[in-house]
Design a protein around this ligand. Structure first.
Ligand code: DAH
Length: 417
C-alpha cells in the first residue's frame, strides 16, 4: 500500500496544518462553561443549516455533501467494521455494555464545545477559518470528537466511546481528506478506585489508559511492537501518543492522556480522575485493510464496497485485504502564480476540490521562489487528476483546469504566470 505518513506530532492529529506549533502556543487555561447538551442524535443536517450567508460561513457544497453520509453507521463499510471491532474489544475487555457508545451525535457544534470546553487556547491555529469550517462565528463543523467530551460528562456518562465524522480544511493527498472519522474514549475513576489500587489518581489513570489501549491495539493488529511517545494536547496532562512498528516504520495510531482536571471537574464534579483518547478511523482502516487512497472511503463504486462485509475483519489484523482494481492513468497539470497576501494552500485546495471533486488526487507545491529584485514570491502547484473508476478524457481535465485557473484569477485574485 501507499505509505501512510506519520501524523502531526502535535494536536491536531491527522492535519498538517501545524505550522504554528501548539507547543509554542502554550496552554492557556480557559474556563469551562456549562456544557451544551451534546447527545442530541444526528438527524439530517440540512443545507440551509450549514451553508448560510453569514460572513463567517465557509462551508462548501462539497463538504455539505459529506455531512449525511454517516459511513461509520454502515456495518458493511470499512469504517463501520473497524468501529464495531473496537466496540467489541471494549465489551469483551470490560463488562458488556459498561462503555456507553455514541455514533450519532450531531457534527454541527458550538465553538464552545469544539474549542473552549476542551481548553483549546484562544490563539490556537485550529480556530482559524483557514483550518476549520465555520457555519457562523459561534458554530462549526466539529474538527474532532473531543468536542463531545465535556457535554457527555455533564450528562453523567463516566465510561464512553463516541465516534463521528469530523471536518478540517487541509491540503490534498492520498491520506488527507477534509472529512474523516474519529473515535473518542473517556473513562472516569472515583477516589475509592485509586485508594484500592494503592497509588495516586494520576498513576491509576495512566496505568489503566495504557492497559486499555495496548489491549485495543493488540486486538486490532495482533502482536505488534508498540511504543509510548510523550505528546502535547490542550485537553490532557500528561499526554501521549501510541505508535506501532508496522511494515518497517513507526506509525502513530492515537493520541491520549490524563484529562485536564478543569474539564473533568466542570463535567463530572470534583474529586475524580479520568483518561481520554482520540483516534482516526481512516488511518486504522487504511492500514488494516490495505486501502491505498482515502478517497475510496467516499466512493459508491461496488468494486470497492462489495469487498467489505460486517465480520470480514477478524481481531489480530486477520481477514479481508483490499484488492485494488485497475489503476487508471493520472493526468498532471501545473499552475504558477504570484502569491498574494491572502493566499493560503488550504484555500487553494478547497477551491480545487470544489471544482474537481474526488477526481483530484493531490495538490502539491513543486516550486517556490522569490524574485530577488521585486521581492515577489512565485509558487507552482501540481494538480494530479485521477479517477478511481474510469479513464479521464483530456477535454474534461482541460475544462476543469480552466475553471480552476479562472477561479484563481477571480475569487482568489491571483496573478497567474
Ligand atoms: N482530539 C485530538 C485530535 O483531534 C485527538 C485526541 C488526543 C483526543 C488526545 C483525546 C486525547 O481525547 O486525550 O487530534
Amino acid at each position: 500500500m501507499a505509505s501512510v505518513p506519520a501524523l502531526a506530532r502535535n494536536w491536531p492529529l491527522q492535519s498538517r496544518n501545524d505550522r504554528v506549533s501548539i507547543r509554542r502556543a502554550g496552554t492557556s487555561r480557559l474556563s469551562v462553561a456549562a456544557a451544551v447538551s451534546t447527545s442530541a442524535p444526528t438527524g439530517v443536517v440540512t443545507r440551509e443549516e450549514v451553508i448560510t450567508s453569514d460572513p463567517f460561513n465557509n462551508v462548501s457544497e462539497n463538504i455539505f455533501e459529506k455531512l449525511n453520509k454517516n459511513h461509520h453507521q454502515n456495518p458493511d463499510h470499512p469504517l463501520g467494521i473497524i468501529k464495531q471491532v473496537i466496540f467489541d474489544y471494549f465489551d469483551e475487555q470490560f463488562n458488556d455494555g459498561e462503555y456507553t457508545k455514541f455514533d450519532n451525535l450531531k457534527p454541527v457544534v458550538s465553538t464552545e464545545m469544539n474549542f473552549d470546553q476542551v481548553l483549546v487556547p484562544k490563539d490556537h491555529v485550529s480556530r482559524s477559518p483557514n483550518d476549520t469550517y465555520y457555519v457562523d462565528e459561534n458554530t462549526v463543523l466539529r474538527c474532532h470528537t473531543s468536542a463531545h467530551q465535556a457535554g457527555l460528562l455533564k450528562e453523567g456518562h463516566t465510561k464512553f466511546l463516541c465516534i463521528g465524522d469530523v471536518y478540517r480544511r487541509d491540503t490534498i493527498d492520498a491520506t488527507h481528506y477534509p472529512a474523516f472519522h474519529q473515535m473518542e474514549g473517556v473513562r472516569v475513576f472515583e477516589k475509592a478506585e485509586w485508594e484500592a489500587a494503592g497509588c495516586t489518581d494520576v498513576e491509576l489513570a495512566e496505568k489503566e489508559l495504557k492497559r486499555a489501549l495496548e489491549g485495543m491495539v493488540t486486538h486490532l493488529f495482533g502482536e505488534v511492537e508498540m511504543r509510548w511517545v510523550d505528546a502535547y494536547f490542550p485537553f490532557t496532562d500528561p499526554s501521549f501518543e501510541l505508535e506501532i512498528f508496522f511494515q518497517g516504520e513507526w506509525l502513530e495510531v492515537l493520541g491520549c492522556g490524563v484529562m485536564q482536571q478543569v474539564i473533568l471537574d466542570a463535567g463530572a464534579g470534583e474529586g475524580k480522575k479520568a483518561w481520554a483518547f482520540g483516534l482516526g478511523l481512516e488511518r486504522l482502516a487504511m492500514i488494516l485493510f490495505d486501502i491505498p487512497d482515502i478517497r475510496l472511503f467516499w466512493t459508491d463504486d461496488k468494486r470497492f464496497l462489495s469487498q467489505f462485509q460486517a465480520g470480514c475483519f477478524k481481531p489480530g489484523g486477520v481477514g479481508t485485504k483490499f484488492q485494488s482494481f485497475s489503476k487508471f492513468p493520472p493526468c498532471l497539470k501545473d499552475v504558477s502564480f504570484w502569491v498574494n497576501e491572502q493566499f493560503t494552500e488550504n484555500n487553494l485546495c478547497e477551491m480545487v476540490r470544489g471544482v474537481g471533486g474526488d477526481l483530484v488526487e493531490s495538490v502539491a507545491l513543486i516550486d517556490d521562489f522569490t524574485n530577488k529584485k521585486t521581492g515577489k514570491q512565485s509558487n507552482c502547484f501540481r494538480i494530479t487528476y485521477r479517477s478511481m473508476e474510469r479513464s479521464l478524457t483530456n477535454e474534461e481535465i482541460d475544462d476543469l483546469q480552466m475553471k480552476i485557473r479562472a477561479a484563481m484569477e477571480g475569487e482568489m485574485a491571483l496573478e497567474l504566470r
